[in-house]
Ligand binder design. Structure first.
Ligand SMILES: [Zn+2]
Length: 473
């Protein structure tokens, strides 16, 4: 299994500590408002990794945190500043931040279910792990990697040689960049020193600590929760492209200074979602949420396939036309399983079917083992369907082809369980039967008339020696 590692910038052999078990940590949502479709790219990637490892017969432990405190609005600079997102939203909506956090966590889990994302094994909340964070901060203070200043505790970036290894940032560049910023914190030793603990008497979510009353920084939350549930070294840590710096850079610094161990063996980040050719940022504010897209008529499976069709590291444009294309592809897969392979005649087994299954299995696995190449894997499925249709299989072979499609769907997760039934199915069945009767009576005019009428309703007829089947176009 080869995977891209953001730390080295290369596609590398993936070697978990235990080849049979993979331990993964995924940066989860900050639950101050509903996540938009772009945010789910990272969560679908986490799901894809889990499903691929399980297909390979490995056991997987997935931890995804819920950030319900400490994530500040200005989060793309070395030391975040601004307001706590939860606090700001609570003030805007005149609500309790705890209430917003729980509601949005619920919304998030609903959206995950709509997108067919398997639930992680645990969703630890930051607010329920403050003692673990305090313990790490105390250790960092003890070992001289952190210092207190005016009620805040900062990580001393100069005390960690490898700071910048993930993002490529150097301390001197960050210092030069920071000198242009208006808001400089004079109590800090280096402008890139970031907050582990913050004092803010106005904050509605606060805890007592040896360094005074306050709240934790966003980065220390993930270091503490990852360690608690997965140990000192994780096999995989994932996130969105915007998490790489400063969030993940800071997680590495904190965790490695506390444990003296490598924090993460393999860092995996998805590519950007682009709007109008520009990288999507959280401030864009124009992106749809999952329920908004469902209201537009897309199914969760359509949205899931839209997010999965493109290789996870490529930029993905946000464009409804691309979701339409994904919906068409999904309908094609469903059609194959529920219509093209249904009601087949009894025939002898065809060796061409067995060959097609074998080839597709091999190529599908190889595509995923090559840095999760889902676009190639999807092409393999298309070729498979073409080969099977060409073989015109009997019932037993068709059942094997369908079983194989279901196996591929352990990864893609987009096939529906049963054929799509409409309110007018019985009526259509009747018209199709009437047309069959007309054909039998050699009343071609009547048969054509019925076919045209059905065609206008979007019904396609599939004639075969064993009778007529139909499907929605
Ligand atoms: Zn995180």
């Amino acid at each position: 299994m080869r995977l891209h590692n953001s730390l080295t910038g290369k596609v590398e052999e993936f070697t978990p500590a235990d080849p049979g078990a993979v331990r993964m940590y995924h940066c989860g949502p900050t639950v101050y408002k509903r996540q938009h479709i772009g945010n789910f790219r990272a969560f679908v990637l986490a799901d894809l990794l889990r499903r691929t490892f399980e297909m390979q017969g490995r056991s997987v432990t997935q931890i995804m945190n819920i950030t319900d405190v400490g994530h500040l609005t200005e989060d793309d600079v070395a030391d975040a500043s601004g307001e706590d997102k939860l606090q700001k939203e609570a003030a805007r909506r005149k609500l309790d931040p705890w209430q917003i956090a729980r509601e949005e966590e619920e919304n998030f889990k609903q959206d995950l279910a709509v997108l067919g994302i398997l639930p992680a094994h645990h969703y630890p909340r930051a607010t329920e792990h403050v003692p673990e964070m305090i313990a790490m901060i105390e250790k960092l203070l003890e070992d001289g990697h952190a210092y207190e200043a005016e009620g805040n505790v900062y990580f001393d970036v100069a005390s960690f040689d490898r700071y910048g290894a993930l993002s490529g940032n150097t301390l001197s560049e960050l210092e030069a960049g920071a000198s242009g910023r208006v808001e400089q914190r004079s109590e800090k030793r280096h402008p890139a020193d970031f907050a582990l603990w913050k004092r803010d008497p106005k904050h509605l979510m606060q805890w007592d600590s040896p360094f005074g009353r306050g709240f934790p920084g966003w980065h220390i939350e993930c270091s503490a929760m990852a360690r608690k549930y997965l140990g000192d070294t994780l096999d995989i840590h994932t996130g969105g492209p915007d998490n790489k710096f400063p969030h993940h850079e800071c997680e590495i610094a904190q965790s490695e200074c506390v444990t003296g161990q490598t924090f993460v063996r393999h860092w995996i980040h998805c590519g950007w979602l682009e709007i109008g050719g520009e990288k999507m940022s959280k401030r864009a504010g124009t992106l749809y949420t999952v329920p908004q897209l469902v209201e537009k008529g897309y199914s969760g499976a359509d949205l899931r396939l839209y997010l999965l069709r493109q290789h996870y590291r490529s930029p993905l444009p946000f464009d409804l036309a691309l979701i339409d294309e994904a919906a068409k592809t999904r309908a094609k897969l469903d059609n194959f399983v529920h219509y093209e392979m249904a009601d087949r005649p009894e025939r002898e087994d065809d060796p061409a079917v067995a060959t097609a299954i074998e080839t597709a299995q091999r190529d599908f696995a190889a595509a995923l083992e090559d840095d999760l190449n889902t676009s190639v894997a999807l092409a393999v499925i298309h070729e498979f369907m073409t080969a099977i249709n060409r073989a015109d299989p009997g019932a037993a072979d068709a059942a094997r082809a369908v079983a194989q499609m279901r196996e591929f769907d352990q990864i893609f997760g987009v096939l529906s369980d049963a054929p799509a039934r409409g309110d007018d199915d019985a009526e259509i069945d009747k018209l199709v039967a009437e047309r069959d009767a007309a054909r039998e009576a050699k009343d071609w005019a009547r048969a054509d008339e019925l076919r045209d009428a059905l065609g206008e309703r979007g019904i396609e007829l599939l004639d075969s020696p064993d009778g007529t089947r139909w499907r929605r176009k």
